[in-house]
Design a binder for this molecule. Structure first.
Ligand SMILES: *Cc1c(COP(=O)(O)O)cnc(C)c1O
Length: 388
């Protein structure tokens, strides 16, 4: 049997939904985008949802709208997808990495105080793999130091923090609709914010800085009226084909989240007795959305000098699973160990020891809605029977 790490699972009606904008002829930034945004706001409780081309462009746009510029510093967790850091570089600002808490894979709030300087402008907490970052102390810290908080909620669909959906907790948040994420539009992203002025600015910036939306202009009476462009914006508009696909999936948003949770809980129970595998933690007030199922491979406690050896063992275990047809991946990468950041900021792996451990010793197991019982049973059986 072959079990992929993730598999896109669309209903026939969702596939068909793409035909509607094709037939109507309204292909971009039209009624389907508006509809998808409304459903997203309803599901997350966000006051404003602004569809864009990806989570990465959404993060970039949010930082740009908040005025991040050359000379500024932005605090970013060292263990995350590289684009969380890249968007800071794109604006000419500098990344300041923060180590993570290994229990949650999220930013270690106890490290923030040692990283803040007079140049710090924002914190970019990530809700990694669907586990919310501990936002309340981050917000309190940000308020005390007059910093913006932009949430990387790429994996945050269905993730709640004390009942509140992620993406609604900071000044802005950005979600991803890449096929590895629970809701997919191929490529695509959604910015959420509770702030009216910021939302208006984000809507302008995604559409070349236009003061009037395409929809308003199209429906307006005066054909000679062109929009003014008070700022030099970007083109980060979502197509209506993508929005139709996203909007159709939102009709079963709750059941998608429930199914992913059910699969994760089955893994939790099956692996409870494996001393060498640490499965995702359960914390009061944190509702995991399970974008993926990230574990730590720890046949013994991971002292720094043992990381290389444990990494070798993990890799040979991943090879074993691959030979059995089961795809696994390291949960993600430690960005400070990637060439660009390592060279620009002269960083060593051990500068962020927990990100280093997670980089070398983590493993994500297959988890996706649409996974069959037979597929999951097969993964469970092979993992439990592994010779470690
Ligand atoms: C997937 C992901 C991104 C990038 O999302 P795109 O929509 O592909 O740009 C950013 N951050 C994290 C944590 C992610 O998992």
């Amino acid at each position: 049997m072959n079990v992929p790490i993730a598999r896109t699972s669309l209903l026939e009606s969702e596939i068909q939904s793409v035909m509607e904008p094709l037939r109507s002829g309204w292909l971009v930034q039209g009624p389907k985008v508006r509809e998808f945004e409304e459903k997203w706001s309803n599901f997350t409780g966000a006051k404003h949802s602004i569809a864009v081309t990806s989570c990465t462009t959404g993060l970039h746009l949010s930082l740009a709208a908040l005025g991040v510029q050359p000379g500024n510093e932005v605090i970013v967790p060292a263990f995350t997808w590289i684009s969380t850091a890249n968007v800071v570089e794109h604006l000419g600002a500098n990344v300041v990495f923060c180590d993570i808490d290994l229990d949650t894979f999220n930013i270690d709030i106890n490290k923030l105080a040692s990283l803040v300087t007079s140049k710090t402008k924002a914190i970019l907490p990530v809700h990694l793999f669907g586990m919310a970052a501990d936002v309340a102390p981050i917000n309190a810290f940000a308020q005390a130091h007059k910093l913006w908080v932009v949430e990387d909620a790429a994996c945050g669909f269905g993730s709640r923090y004390h009942g509140q959906h992620v993406g609604t907790l900071g000044h802005a948040g950005a979600f991803s609709f890449h096929p590895r994420k629970a809701i997919t539009t191929g490529e695509g992203g959604m910015i959420t914010t509770q702030d009216d002025d910021l939302a208006a600015k984000l809507r302008r910036l995604r559409d070349h800085g236009a003061a009037m939306s395409d929809l308003q202009r199209h429906l307006g009476a005066r054909p000679y009226l062109l929009a003014d462009h008070p700022e030099a914006g970007y083109n980060q508009r979502m197509t209506d084909l993508q929005a139709a696909l996203g909007s159709a999936q939102m009709d079963r948003a709750t059941s998608i989240v429930q199914e992913r949770k059910r699969l994760a809980n089955r893994y939790d129970e099956a692996f409870e007795k494996l001393s060498w595998l640490r499965t995702p933690v359960h914390l009061n007030g944190f509702e995991h959305g399970y974008q993926s199922y990230p574990c730590m491979f720890q046949p013994k406690s991971i002292a720094q000098i043992d990381i290389a050896r444990i990494n070798e063992k993990r890799n040979s275990w991943m090879d074993q699973l691959q030979q059995a047809g089961i795809s696994t991946r390291p949960a993600t990468h430690a960005v400070h160990m990637l060439t660009f950041y390592q060279e620009k900021y002269k960083l060593k792996p051990e500068d962020f020891p927990n990100a280093y451990r997670a980089n070398d010793c983590s493993i994500s197991l297959p988890l996706f809605h649409g996974m069959t019982v037979a597929e999951q049973d097969y993964v469970i059986e092979r993992v439990v029977e592994s010779a470690i």
